[in-house]
Write a new protein. Structure first.
Lengths: 442, 326
């Protein structure tokens, strides 16, 4: 029987080796780009990996887009693969599939923080040469820079997300207070309304040890005039400006304006607290407007407003927002590269962008659509005021962005909890950034 | 086929009286056994292939990945030259040791508490009459819940803003603690949830062991005048040893791989206080897209768990032998 056992073992090892080899098929990039440059005339089938796009009127937005595309390209059929709505969950699922060389999905919707990492790992096709001249004139510069890694663009714009300060109109009116124009004023306003017993929390935001906190930190740093990375991609964090940003985060909790539990809050937690009437102000992404304005899920529907975030007194800077959102990526292993690229371009076109303004609870990426008739008809302030924002990019132009992000959010979380001083927090973050950028962080 | 069989049997050394030639008509018993075994392997081979595909291949692949330079290229991942770099990076990084310390601490504390509580519950259940079935069913509810759902339910209870646990603390102590926002309370919360969920499993396993202890040993202890406490330590517990060993082994294996509780409750925070090795492995593999590094975490974790289990079994066997000699 030993012979048979050996044979079985050999078979298993052979299968393992075959499996290993099957994933190893280097392809020439020029060939891939040549294939992607031509829209096929023969029938083709595409798969689109897409998470649920928030809807204004109940329609399934992805289906509307697919139908519109198929009308324009009757020979190309598109099937939808429902993806998770969280960025991390989505990345886990798609990255392993792509790394195995799977030809599906042909096009996938990915976070705007992914391009450098996915480009570096050859999980996305560089699309710069496949876009028409002047393409980027129609989209925010921050979106382009965030999609670029080592001179190549790896994502085609779809929709953006921006952050706003949501506030309770009714409570401010009751106390005769205006919408704060600075963080200092927000602290004062919050304490006034809290002391009167009209709200539990003054300001709700996100400080859990996740990428959500990285976005918050990036914005506070930009408010103060500090940067995370320098122009060459090295660590730039430091100085009085950075300490001012970290001090503000500590002050929110130490003065009781923000509950200490904010250290465990992600977007959904802070939004839940706000729509249940527990907070006066909320920093969140634009999609929170639709949720907080829907009476079925929000106790504060009709009582809220949204404005660009305030800044620090004396800096002259306000309205800073991280450039967030989702873009389309093309799978380099797709068997239908030409059709896939055409679909990604179509999603960035005026036709789909207007459809997004009309039907979806997101901010279209195309800037000219933001003040168009569809956007005006929707009346969503997060769309109408998107042009007023100063978009800043998170430190995503590195393939080590998850490690960089962790280097920022870990000490920032400790500062918010009060277990690290702002100065020590900045030092720890800078040290962590250096290690992360060298690719030595876990 | 028959000629092949005939040739093979003819070569089989004779174990008979004179070593004469063996004919095809009267094949020896071991040849029949071989044929049967061969047929057995044949019938089992589809199942074995499935097991190989879903178990052996991933294990081997992880091992290969952990010792290889892994490059992602257009068309899929490519394995480069052999390297120890992934292990070197892991073993020289303080974060891995912190994650290991948390995982070990969590495993030791939660398994110990579950064992004590599970044994107590089993002792009570054994003495119950008709109600045992109902109470057993109720006790099994937490165990039957899907881990992620249980964790999500507890995250609502622990929520610092509207959680019932915080509210209760406020009513009793006058202050609302931030349970998941501070390192020690967050670790304790995780142990509480695990104990709540897994104690019924230990109780049922121990109860099965208790039912197997013959009644006459208790009668003998009673005749000898042993107290209830002495009977438990000198009679019940030694008899339960094998079953407790199985329960502990299962629990160590499960507790060491803890992922869903920290993932849902704390995302490994605050800071990295509740980051288990499984969470660290997930981050390295799925967030950093470092396939070699992630595989190295998986392999080292498996090796440590295997080592712990073997050590436990050895200690357990040594104690059992000592008990037998005594």
């Amino acid at each position: 029987m030993s012979l048979h056992r050996r044979a079985l073992l050999t078979g298993a090892l052979g299968a393992a080796a075959a499996g290993l080899l099957s994933g190893c098929g280097g392809k020439d990039l020029d060939d891939l780009l040549a294939q992607a440059a031509t829209v096929p005339r023969k029938p083709a089938r595409l798969t689109w990996w897409v998470s649920e796009i928030p809807s204004r009127r109940g329609a399934v937005v992805a289906d509307l887009i697919i139908r519109a595309f198929e009308r324009r390209h009757p020979r190309i059929r598109v099937s939808k693969i429902n993806a998770l709505s969280t960025s991390d969950g989505n990345r886990s699922a798609i990255a392993t599939q792509l790394a195995g060389g799977s030809p599906q999905p042909d096009v996938y919707l990915g976070d705007t923080t992914w391009p450098a990492q996915f480009g570096h790992s050859a999980l996305a096709l560089p699309v710069e040469k496949l876009l028409p001249d002047g393409f980027w004139d129609s989209y925010p510069q921050a979106l382009r820079s965030g999609s670029t890694y080592r001179g190549s663009v790896y994502a085609v714009p779809f929709f953006t997300d921006s952050t706003y300060l949501f506030y309770r109109k009714d409570l401010l009116a009751k106390h005769g207070l205006r919408v704060p124009r600075s963080w200092e004023e927000l602290l004062h306003t919050s304490r006034t309304v809290q002391r009167a017993g009209d709200t539990e929390a003054g300001f709700l935001w996100q400080a859990a040890v996740t990428e959500s906190l990285t976005a918050n930190v990036t914005e506070f740093l930009a408010d103060a005039g500090a940067a995370v990375l320098d122009e060459r991609g090295g660590p730039a964090l430091g100085g009085a400006e950075a300490e001012r940003a970290f001090s503000l985060m500590a002050e929110f909790t130490s003065r009781g304006v923000t509950p200490r539990t904010v250290a465990t809050y992600q977007e959904s937690d802070s939004q839940d607290a706000f729509v249940n009437g527990r907070g006066l102000f909320l920093r969140n992404w634009s999609y929170a407007w639709v949720n907080a304005s829907t009476p079925q899920v929000s106790r504060v529907a009709g009582k809220i407003g949204a404005v660009p975030r305030p800044g620090f007194e004396g800096t002259g800077r306000s309205g800073v927002s991280c450039a967030g959102g989702w873009s389309n990526f093309v799978n380099p292993s797709s068997q239908e590269l030409g059709a896939a690229m055409e679909f990604a371009r179509f999603c960035a076109s005026g036709e789909v962008q207007r459809l997004l303004a009309r039907e979806a609870g997101v901010v279209p990426a195309m800037t000219s659509v933001l003040d168009g008739p569809e956007a005006r008809a929707a009346g969503d302030p997060t769309v109408l005021r998107a042009a007023d924002l100063t978009l800043v990019s998170r430190p995503v132009q590195t393939p080590y962005y998850p490690q960089v992000s962790k280097a920022l959010y870990t000490p920032a979380n400790a500062v918010v909890r009060g277990s690290l001083s702002p100065a020590d927090g900045v030092r720890a973050a800078r040290e962590g950034l250096r290690t992360a950028l060298e690719g030595k962080a876990l | 086929m028959s000629s092949v069989l005939h040739r093979k049997t003819a070569r089989t050394p004779s174990t008979g009286d004179g070593g004469g030639p063996v004919t095809g008509r009267s094949a020896p018993p071991d040849s029949v056994a071989r044929r049967r075994a061969r047929a057995g392997w044949l019938f089992a081979s589809p199942a074995l292939l499935v097991v190989a595909a879903v178990t052996v291949f991933p294990v081997l692949f992880s091992l290969v990945l952990s010792f290889s330079e892994v490059r992602l290229e257009y068309g899929g991942l490519r394995l480069g030259s052999p390297t120890l770099a992934h292990y070197e990076a892991l073993l020289t990084h303080s974060e891995w040791y912190r994650a290991l310390a948390f995982t070990l601490g969590f495993t030791v504390v939660s398994v110990f508490v579950e064992l004590v509580l599970g044994t107590l519950v089993a002792l009570v259940l054994e003495r119950l009459g008709a109600a045992r079935g109902w109470i057993l069913a109720l006790l099994l509810l937490p165990w039957a819940l899907i881990n992620v759902i249980a964790a999500q339910l507890w995250s609502y209870l622990f929520n610092g803003t509207y959680g019932a646990v915080g509210w209760l603390c406020e009513q009793v102590f006058g202050t609302r603690p931030d349970i998941l926002g501070e390192p020690l309370p967050a670790m304790a919360a995780m142990v509480v949830v695990d104990v709540w969920k897994t104690t019924p499993f230990v109780a049922i396993v121990v109860l099965a062991g208790l039912m197997l202890i013959p009644g006459d040993v208790y009668e003998a202890a009673e005749i000898d005048g042993a107290s209830a406490w002495t009977t438990f330590w000198k009679v019940t517990l030694p008899q339960l040893r094998p079953i407790i060993a199985i329960a502990v082994l299962f629990r160590i294996l499960q507790a060491f791989g803890i992922f869903d509780l920290p993932f849902v409750l704390t995302q490994g925070g605050p800071g990295t206080a509740t980051q288990s090795v499984a969470i660290l492995g997930y981050r390295i593999l799925f967030q950093n897209l470092d396939f070699g590094g992630g595989a190295a975490v998986a392999v080292t974790t498996a090796a440590i768990v295997l080592g712990c289990c073997l050590l436990f079994l050895r200690v357990f066997r040594a104690q059992a032998d000592e008990g037998g000699r005594a």
